[in-house]
Write a protein that binds this ligand. Structure first.
Ligand code: NAP
Ligand code: HSE
Length: 434
C-alpha cells in the first residue's frame, strides 16, 4: 500500500459509523494536511450491505465476516462502532493482539472490560483509544490522561446522559411530568424506544466508571457504581427545588478519598450557583476538580452522529501520529492502584425528603425525634400544603437534612415510614454541595 495512506477497517456503519464516513469525506483535505497521511477505509463490516451501499461505499470492501477485516494487511486501524458487548469485545481484543490499533466508542465494553482490552493492547504493541465512549464529542478522556495528568483529582462530576438531561430540562421548564417529558424525548429522537439504560442511570454509570478509573488510577466497574434513575422525579420535587434555589439533575459523581473512591449516579438537587446547573437540554458537561488546576468544566454535545464522529476521527488521527512517531502503545492501563469503593451506606450527603403526614399537633416533633435518634440532623422543615381527604386532613412537609451518612438516613426512614402519623414518604433526593 502507498505509504502516504493509512488503511481503516470500519466495524459498523450505523449512526456513528456513517458519521465517520461522512467526516472522512467532507474534511478529507484538512485531515490529510494535518496528518501528512490520507485515511482510507479499506474494509467495512456490516450485516446489511444496503447500509454501506447507501453511503456510496463500494460493495467489494464490504463484508459480514470480521476475519476479512482482521486478515487484511492494509487495515492498520480497526474502528469499532457496533455497540453492545459481544462480539465487539472479542473483535477489539483480537485486533489489538494482532497489533492492529483500535478506536472505539463502546462504553459498555470499555467500562466492563477495560483491563482485558489494555492487556491485549500491550501484548500487541497497539494503541487503544476510546474518547467517544464518554461525553460524545467532548474531549474529556484525553484531558484527564494528558492535559491535566499532573493533577491529583479530587472529584469528577458529570451530566453525561443527554436523554435524561433533556427530560429533566423539559420537566423543569414546562412543569410536565416524567412520562410526558420522556415521550417528548422519544419524539425528538433523543430517547430510544427502550429508554431503560438512560432513565435508570445505567448509561451514566458506565461513563462515570470509565472516568473514575482514569482519574483515580483504580479500576471501577459499572457494578461498583451506586445507581438510581430519574423515574421517580415529579413536578412537585422540581418546584420545591426551584423554591429552595436548586435545579434537579442526573449527576454522575466520582470522588477520591484517602483509601477509597466514591462513585454514584442519581438525581440530585444542585445549587443554581454550580457551573453544571446551567447545562440544559441534551448537552453534557463534566466538571473536574484537580489539586493544581482547581475547577474546570468541559461542555458540549454528549451524543449524536457528528459530535461522536468528531471524537472518533480525532482518535484515529492520534493513532496515526503515534504510528508516525514510533510511539504506538504509549498509553497502557493507568490503573496502578487498588482502591476500595466506598459502600453506599457510608456515603454522606444532604437530603431532601418529602413526606405526607397527618396534620396534627406533635407530628413534626415525633418525626424529628426519629431523625435525631439516628444521628440525622435537620437543616430546615417546610410545610406548604394541606391535603383534605374524607378521612383526615393531611399535610405535605419537606425536610432538608445536614450532611449525614446514607445508612443512618435509610434506617431513620424505615422507622418513619412505619409511624401511624406518616401517610407516605413521597421522595428522597440527595442535595449536592455548591
Ligand atoms: P447503531 O446505529 O446501532 O450502529 C451499529 C451498526 O453496527 C448497525 O448498523 C448494526 O447493524 C451494525 N452491527 C452491529 N453488530 C454487528 C455485527 N455483529 N456484525 C455486523 N454488523 C453489526 O449504533 P450507534 O448509535 O452508531 O453506536 C455505535 C457505538 O457508538 C455504540 O457503542 C454506542 O454506545 C456508541 N456511541 C453512540 C453515540 C450516539 O450518539 N449514537 C454516542 C456515543 C457513543 P444491525 O442494525 O444489523 O444490527
Ligand atoms: N444515550 C446516550 C445519551 C447517548 O442520551 O446521552 C449515548 O451515549
Amino acid at each position: 500500500m502507498n505509504s502516504e495512506v493509512v488503511g481503516i477497517g470500519l466495524l459498523g456503519v450505523g449512526t456513528v459509523g456513517s458519521g465517520v464516513v461522512k467526516m472522512l469525506r467532507e474534511n478529507s483535505e484538512e485531515i490529510t494536511q494535518r496528518l501528512g497521511k490520507k485515511l482510507i477505509i479499506k474494509k467495512v463490516l456490516e450485516r446489511d450491505p444496503e447500509k454501506p451501499r447507501r453511503l456510496g461505499i463500494p460493495l467489494e470492501i464490504v463484508t459480514n465476516s470480521f476475519d476479512d477485516v482482521l486478515g487484511d494487511p492494509e487495515v492498520k486501524i480497526v474502528v469499532e462502532l457496533l455497540g453492545g458487548i459481544e462480539p465487539a469485545r472479542q473483535y477489539i481484543i483480537q485486533a489489538l493482539r494482532q497489533g492492529k490499533h483500535v478506536v472505539t466508542a463502546n462504553k459498555d465494553v470499555v467500562a466492563a472490560y477495560g483491563k482485558e482490552l489494555f492487556e491485549a493492547a500491550t501484548a500487541g504493541g497497539a494503541d487503544l483509544y476510546f474518547e467517544a465512549s464518554v461525553g460524545g464529542g467532548i474531549p474529556i478522556i484525553r484531558v484527564l490522561k494528558e492535559s491535566l495528568a499532573a493533577n491529583k483529582f479530587e472529584e469528577v462530576i458529570g451530566i453525561v446522559n443527554g436523554t435524561t438531561n433533556y427530560i429533566l430540562t423539559r420537566m423543569s421548564e414546562e412543569g410536565i411530568d416524567f412520562g410526558e417529558a420522556l415521550r417528548a424525548a422519544q419524539e425528538a429522537g433523543y430517547a430510544e424506544a427502550d429508554p431503560a439504560a438512560d432513565i435508570e442511570g445505567l448509561d451514566a454509570a458506565r461513563k462515570i466508571a470509565i472516568l473514575a478509573s482514569i482519574a483515580f488510577n483504580t479500576r471501577v466497574l459499572p457494578d461498583d457504581v451506586f445507581v438510581e434513575g430519574i423515574t421517580r422525579i415529579t413536578p412537585e420535587d422540581i418546584e420545591y427545588a426551584r423554591e429552595l434555589g436548586y435545579c434537579v439533575k442526573l449527576l454522575a459523581i466520582a470522588r477520591q478519598w484517602e483509601e477509597e473512591v466514591e462513585v454514584r449516579v442519581h438525581p440530585a438537587f444542585l445549587p443554581n450557583s454550580h457551573p453544571l446547573a446551567a447545562v440544559n437540554g441534551v448537552f453534557n458537561a463534566i466538571f473536574v476538580r484537580g489539586n493544581a488546576v482547581g475547577e474546570t468544566m468541559f461542555y458540549g454535545q454528549g451524543a449524536g452522529q457528528m459530535p461522536t464522529a468528531s471524537a472518533v476521527v480525532g482518535d484515529i488521527m492520534q493513532v496515526v501520529r503515534n504510528m508516525e512517531a514510533g510511539s504506538s502503545g504509549r498509553f497502557s492501563c493507568t490503573c496502578y492502584l487498588e482502591k476500595k469503593v466506598r459502600p453506599r451506606g457510608k456515603i454522606t450527603s444532604k437530603y431532601y425528603i418529602r413526606l405526607i403526614v397527618k396534620d396534627r399537633p406533635g407530628v413534626l416533633a415525633s418525626i424529628a425525634g426519629v431523625f435525631g435518634n439516628h444521628n440525622v440532623s435537620l437543616a430546615s422543615v417546610i410545610q406548604k400544603r394541606t391535603i383534605t381527604s374524607s378521612e383526615e386532613q393531611m399535610a405535605e412537609i419537606v425536610l432538608i437534612t445536614h450532611e449525614v451518612e446514607e445508612q443512618n438516613l435509610q434506617d431513620a426512614l424505615t422507622v418513619i415510614s412505619g409511624l401511624s402519623v406518616v401517610g407516605s414518604v413521597e421522595n428522597v433526593i440527595r442535595v449536592e454541595r455548591g
